[in-house]
Design a protein around this ligand. Structure first.
Ligand code: AMP
Ligand code: MG
Length: 415
């Protein structure tokens, strides 16, 4: 069976990156369920409602300075103004109307009393007994923050689909919200195929390697706020693969595996998927990363990543992260690249688009430039840790120092 996927281009041809991504996003099933959370617990979650303010922020006009609230009409233009201080208004209290010839001592954040139309800073006045004297110019509205200057009652301050950062938590709280409705966490089932895999902490027998993909995926999924159902290492038999796939897909919205999707006789993920659901093998015109297996077991989506640790990391950034974001209804699904200058030479063109592990630095003129890790082999996991993003090398292209290229920061791709 297949997904009937348009992306399944004729045998042998490779699908361009944009087409594969678009096809994938079109197939993401939106997670309908939402939950109400205390604002303080909602960091990183995706809003499932519009937040409308019921109040003006600030609610009342208030002072931007410690000083004196006065009436402009009392100011002697070009001369000295003398006013009697008849009241004191700290933040949190409300004053009385300011009478002609008087001033109110006022503190930052305190409401402007009726009749006052400016605040003069305390540094600009002399205090003589219960009077203040000043000759500074005062403009109407000076040092006054208007009511509703930040937010108007009725205004939508945060839209459905917004990913909540620290700023958004503060913003929601500023209009009095103590809870927000967010999309429930995506539940992601993961397992790792390979008879050669061993858990860290165990000794390695000849021929064995540590299962690093498990840890990479845990970190990536945690950064995206997913709930993880981890079935660990699964041996290279059809029986074990079927069992793990069945188990993972029962509870998960998405199952992600690493390894076992090639056509070798030790690769059983494909056969297991075809038995339990439907599967397409996508050969995508990118490096590292092809092939990518995509399918469904019932309503549970399936993404089979290559086994190669660098490919796992890169295909997660390029495909899995946008797919998961799409499932939550987030409005930051596809990361925007920065245009930077290359500080490297890429002499060999490839018919596939290459995503090289890169990082930014400033050149002698202070311009941001990207450099790439010295070994771009897909077996070199050090490159992912050295890098802070990916640069895009277009198909059939060389890059010379100074050329403008696209750079995708990891923090935009996977957070
Ligand atoms: P496969 O796609 O199963 O043929 O695996 C491709 C390469 O990735 C092989 O060299 C595997 O040993 C390696 N590999 C597969 N799974 C993992 C894993 N979980 N952690 C580290 N390396 C892996
Ligand atoms: Mg394998």
């Amino acid at each position: 069976m297949t997904c009937g996927c348009d992306a399944a281009a004729p045998k042998g041809s490779l699908i361009p990156y944009e087409d594969a991504l678009q096809q994938l996003l079109e197939r993401a099933l939106f997670i309908e369920e939402s939950e109400s959370l205390p604002v303080v617990e909602a960091l990183g979650r995706v809003l499932a409602e519009d937040i409308r303010s019921e109040i003006d922020v600030p609610p009342l006009a208030n002072s931007a300075m410690d000083g004196y609230a006065i009436r402009i009409a009392d100011v002697q233009p070009g001369g000295e103004t003398r006013l009697r201080v008849t009241q004191r208004i700290p933040a949190g209290e409300v004053g009385e109307a300011v009478e002609t010839g008087t001033a109110a001592r006022i503190f930052t954040g305190a409401p402007i009393p009726p009749n006052a139309d400016a605040v003069i800073m305390q540094e600009q006045v002399c205090v003589e007994g219960d009077e203040i004297v000043f000759s500074a110019e005062v403009a109407p509205g000076q040092n006054i923050r208007e009511a509703g200057e930040d937010i108007r009652a009725g205004q939508v301050i945060l839209g459905n689909g917004t990913r909540l950062r620290a700023q958004e938590l503060g913003l929601a709280a500023s209009v009095g919200r103590d809870r927000v409705t967010v999309c429930r966490r995506p539940r992601v089932g993961i397992f790792f195929t390979g008879d050669e895999l061993v858990e860290p902490g165990q000794p390695l027998a000849p021929g064995q390697i540590y299962d690093s993909n498990r840890y990479t995926l845990h970190g990536l999924l945690q950064s995206l706020g997913c709930e993880i159902i981890d079935l660990g290492i699964v041996g290279d038999t059809l029986g074990q693969t079927l069992e793990a796939l069945q188990k993972a897909s029962q509870r998960a919205d998405l199952v992600i595996t690493s390894g076992g999707v090639s056509v070798g006789e030790e690769d059983h993920v494909r056969a297991a998927l075809e038995q339990l659901g439907e599967l397409d093998m996508w050969r995508i015109r990118i490096k590292p990363g092809k092939p990518l297996a995509f399918g469904f077991v019932g309503d549970t989506a399936f993404l089979g990543l290559p086994g190669n640790p660098v490919s796992v990391f890169a295909t997660f950034c390029l495909f899995v992260a946008p797919f998961l974001k799409q499932m939550t209804g987030a409005n930051d699904v596809v990361a925007e690249p920065l245009q930077v200058r290359a500080a490297f030479d890429w002499p060999r063109p490839d018919s596939r688009r290459e995503f090289a592990r890169a990082r930014l630095r400033r050149d002698e003129e202070g311009q941001l430039v990207a450099e790439v890790y010295s070994n771009q082999s897909s077996g070199v996991l050090m490159s992912t840790s050295w890098a802070d993003g990916l640069v895009e090398i277009p198909e059939d292209s060389v890059v010379k120092p100074g050329d403008i290229i696209n750079y995708y920061a990891f923090r935009d791709l996977i957070a």
